[in-house]
Design a protein around this ligand. Structure first.
Ligand code: SF4
Ligand code: SF4
Length: 398
């Protein structure tokens, strides 16, 4: 395989010293143990050089788990080139890496085999450590993976030794994730687990108890763009950084590894600092987390939504807790820009995010008696829409 430009000589990956210190690792299902942080390759898409620099920083941060996917554009190809160089400059370091890639649900068996083969070829691998179904988000996806062509593909890939274990990522409902876990087909899962979004934590705990590996999907970005926190959140978390507290909260929950999509070496600064921070929360961290949540609840007052889900199902299919969580973030924690961005993606991201926003509420009142906080849900949904919906774009013609 030809070397990518800039990676042929002594470069950031030429020094194997980064791998010399004893690492912190957590069990990961039926596969090799993984670092507390995982490098996601979805943001280093400019060149193999960029990914090489990010991977060098990841190695310096004790990271041994690299996540990629065909859906991330050139990521697999760049990673294959960088892994090839690492194999030449530091085979021991390369041998210590655990590689995960994914396959989107839906193709028939022949297409799925072809897609997995193409992934392996781009990565320059004969075998993947972990293969995840990418976005097990709907009942049709689950059917594909458990009883359809996906089931045949996963069994074939395991039988042929092309993958070490299979798992899934999901943005779907809790019931769907629970059904996937109950199938006992999977060795690991990637879930949205965040300091400010804890509703999937019981599923994660159940998965860990059953011996699965659990990855948290992007706690920095999807957890509230915590790498660029608003001043109010910084003040509430002091003396800790918001991202530091968010990471430590998840590590304390026993989550196997936290995924971090880095575009540059500096994006891995917290991962480096917390590379061995696997111990329980300190008293100071606990106190800061309690103060942070109390400050948010105080600002929200009687309008605080506890995310208990008791108001569901709504006859109009309004995802009440997800919408009020965004309101909690905006009003309680100053995360208005993040909440607005997420709100305005509703209905525009297919099965990857909610389909209906707060304007779908018919004010029928059916949810009201179910809320233990006696929240005026329809009024709060209307307020959420007023706060977070983007102003309609002005037409420049007509
Ligand atoms: S009031 Fe709105 S959110 Fe509540 S059940 Fe009726 S339509 Fe759904
Ligand atoms: S029942 Fe009330 S507190 Fe619970 S998620 Fe629904 S609105 Fe929030």
């Amino acid at each position: 395989m030809p070397l990518p430009d800039g990676l042929g000589g002594p470069g950031p990956l030429a020094d194997p010293g980064a791998c010399s210190a004893p690492p912190a690792r957590r069990p990961f299902g039926r596969g090799p143990a993984v670092s507390l942080f995982s490098l996601g390759t979805m943001r280093a898409l400019e060149s193999a050089d960029q990914l090489g620099a990010v991977l060098a920083a990841a190695l310096a941060a004790d990271i041994n788990h690299i996540e990629t996917a065909p859906a991330y554009g050139p990521a697999e190809r760049f990673l294959g080139q960088v892994l090839g160089q690492l194999e030449r400059t530091s085979p021991t370091c390369r041998a210590g890496l655990v590689i995960t890639s994914k396959i989107l649900p839906g193709p028939d068996l022949a297409q799925a085999k072809e897609q997995l083969g193409a992934s392996l070829e781009r990565l320059g691998l004969a075998r993947l450590d972990n293969l995840a179904v990418h976005g097990l988000n709907t009942p049709e996806h689950l059917e594909w993976a458990l009883r359809g062509p996906g089931a045949e593909l996963l069994a074939w890939a395991l039988g042929e030794g092309l993958v070490g274990q299979v798992g899934f990522s999901s943005h779907g409902s809790n019931d769907l994730i629970a059904a996937a876990l109950a199938s006992e087909r999977f060795g690991f899962c990637s879930l949205h687990l965040h300091l400010f979004d804890r509703q999937r934590l019981p599923l994660a705990q159940a998965a860990l108890a059953a011996g699965l590996g659990v990855l948290a999907i992007s706690p920095a970005d999807k957890g509230g763009r915590l790498y660029a926190p608003p001043p109010q959140l910084v003040a509430d978390c002091s003396p800790f950084a918001p991202l530091e507290l968010a990471y430590r909260f998840l590590l304390d929950q026993g989550i196997s590894s936290l995924t971090l999509g880095a575009a540059r070496a500096a994006d891995l600064d917290w991962a480096r600092q917390l590379a061995r921070a696997a111990g329980p929360l300190t008293a100071e961290e606990r106190a800061s987390l309690e103060l942070l949540l109390a400050a948010g609840q105080q600002r929200l007052g009687a309008d605080w939504c506890g995310q208990c889900q008791a108001c569901l199902p709504c006859p109009s299919a309004v995802p009440i807790p997800a919408l009020l969580r965004l309101r909690n973030l905006a009003v309680g924690h100053g995360l208005e820009a993040f909440a607005s961005e997420r709100y305005n993606l509703i209905g525009r991201a297919g099965h990857w995010w909610e389909q209906l926003d707060a304007s779908a509420c018919q004010a029928c009142g059916a949810c009201l008696p179910r809320c233990p906080n006696a929240l005026p849900i329809a009024d709060l949904l209307a307020d959420t829409h007023r706060r977070l919906a983007a102003a309609p774009q002005r037409r420049l013609w007509g």
